[in-house]
Write a protein that binds this ligand. Structure first.
Ligand SMILES: CC(C)(COP(=O)(O)OP(=O)(O)OC[C@H]1O[C@@H](n2cnc3c(N)ncnc32)[C@H](O)[C@@H]1OP(=O)(O)O)[C@@H](O)C(=O)NCCC(=O)NCCS
Length: 186
């Protein structure tokens, strides 16, 4: 076994300065707040969003379905869990009646009373329609109803797509950290 280090940025968004406008997303997408009955849909959407992405190396649980189930079960049972900022997006195909779960975000309150958003994921076929922006917008509305004024997240430095999205929305980098991950050498 060896250890590899992933460079990550901590970012913050000051909600006291106002919330960015709700993006316009196609009207066949529907966002829902957390409900325990949606644990499986959140877990599957997370897995399908992360399985081929860099963060599945940083957090190996994101690269397998059982890991995503354990993660959602664990986080949703914590006192710090924020159900109003934990959102699932579904795509409704009005012609076939099919529902495809395609976006997920979860949030907790940290000990400094900041809203921490975690593991935002949009499945590959639904990217670029502002679903990611919409998930963050909904999570932030949940923070505001909880009286939370500062939002935080961590992003892997090489995850340029996510980093660009957060910078475009107005997040600022506040710290650089390194996450150690154990790797097996062949
Ligand atoms: C990061 C991720 C969540 C973004 O989801 P998304 O739904 O594609 O995000 P959005 O559509 O809101 O924004 C992305 C793109 O849409 C376009 N877009 C969105 N809003 C726009 C706007 N207001 N004006 C112009 N373009 C816009 C842009 O092209 C943007 O791409 P860019 O960052 O290259 O400029 C998604 O790529 C993903 O799930 N990645 C894998 C998991 C992951 O790494 N998550 C992040 C963990 S920190």
């Amino acid at each position: 076994m060896g250890v590899t280090y992933f460079k990550r940025f901590r970012m913050e968004y000051d909600l006291a300065g106002g919330l960015f406008p709700e993006p316009r997303v196609p009207n066949d997408y529907v966002a829902s707040r957390w409900n325990h009955r949606l644990l499986e849909e959140h877990s599957e959407t997370k897995f399908n969003s992360f399985r081929f992405e860099i963060d599945a190396n940083v957090f190996p649980c994101l690269g397998n379905l059982d890991g995503c189930r354990r993660l959602m079960g664990d986080i949703s049972g914590r006192p710090s869990f924020l159900p109003n900022s934990t959102i699932l997006v579904a795509h409704h195909d009005h012609q076939t009646g099919e529902v495809d779960y395609c976006g997920t975000i979860q949030a907790i309150r940290d000990p400094q009373n900041r809203g921490s958003i975690q593991n935002i994921g949009v499945t590959p076929g639904h990217r670029g329609y502002r679903i990611g922006t919409w998930l963050i917008h909904h999570a932030f509305r949940g923070f505001i109803t909880e009286g939370i004024q500062l939002a935080t997240l961590e992003v892997t430095a090489h995850n340029t797509k996510a980093l660009r999205l957060y910078e475009r929305l107005g997040f600022q980098i506040t710290r650089t950290v390194f996450k150690a991950v154990e790797v097996a050498f062949a």
